[in-house]
Write a protein that binds this ligand. Sequence first.
Ligand code: ZN
Length: 371
Amino acid sequence: MGTTAIAQRVVLGAGRSFSPALFANPHHPCLGSECAVPYSAARGKKSVNRRALDELKQQIPLLDYLQAQDWQPVRPLSGDRWMGLCPLHADRKPSFLVDPGKSLFYCYGCGRGGDVIRFAEIYHDVKFPQALALLRQWRGSAPPLQEVADFYRLQLHRHGEAVAYLLERGVRSPELIEHMRIGYAPGGACLRTWLLRLGYPLSTLGQTGLVTSLGYDAYVHRVVFPLEGNLYGRSLSAAAPPHRFLPGSKGGLYGWVEARRYPEVILVEGLFDYAALWQAGFHNVTCSLGTHLNARQFRQLCDGPRAIYLTFDADGNGSGQHAAQCLSRSLRERGIPTRLVSLPEGHDPNSFFVGGGKAHEFQRRLEEACL
Ligand SMILES: [Zn+2]
């Protein structure tokens, strides 16, 4: 085997630099070629496999990692870049610049910048090898959910029963299916077979919850929606439990990046409610995946000046309305104005539209919503 087959090894610090002008700002102090030591590794001492580093960075987009640490983009900039509060120092106005395309950050407040490894070093206050270990641990050897979601999306149009179910739930616009990246999990072992072929070990697939202990796909006959860090599956069959998530958090509010731009936001319980409203032209909608909001979702609702229109199910036992009233009280205590939207008894926003409700009728309900 010739030397070309050996992965290139580099010594961190020696000659390792970011290419200049990574950001539009020409006097960028840390991302320019002046920066000699991008990581805390002592110059010349630490030798790492560069290909492994590049691979790790590719597998962990900086933006994903930041968002997993609860970082939120606040203001878009040209070139698909974002500004937000700096997670590395006490920041009052957004000074933290993120370029998701290049997976690089720079803070105009504390003057620090770099890639995801550099971020992990500073954020967790660890040295380079520990930062790598933390990132590897965070990544696991599990398949990225994005990849799983893409696989399920391909299945959707191959399975008539899935498309029929979506139609039954009022989901018919291709634009909506694209927007929500809706897919279908047929079950059996089709996901498992595909992921094994891609080289993911079976043990890892079990740990993620994508595959059962018996080695079958965990999502069977379910319409699936990728969430931030999770996957929601709605069963087509009445015999199975209707809702399924992967182990772990359900994540933040659904579609929040889009919804948070509006001064008035409609909050619904379920993804099919979200779908019905979005399709009817209400893009200022978000979904909490249940009536109980986790701490992150609650913080998101409070992260700016806006009014919240709570549109939970009008179920016969009143549990949706009760949950809406409790949430409304908590939001008001934080100074967030709320309105309770009433629907005809026994309806949720999805069944309202599926049952023939029109956008202007829903609009009237919003206008009539009580304090
Ligand atoms: Zn900073």
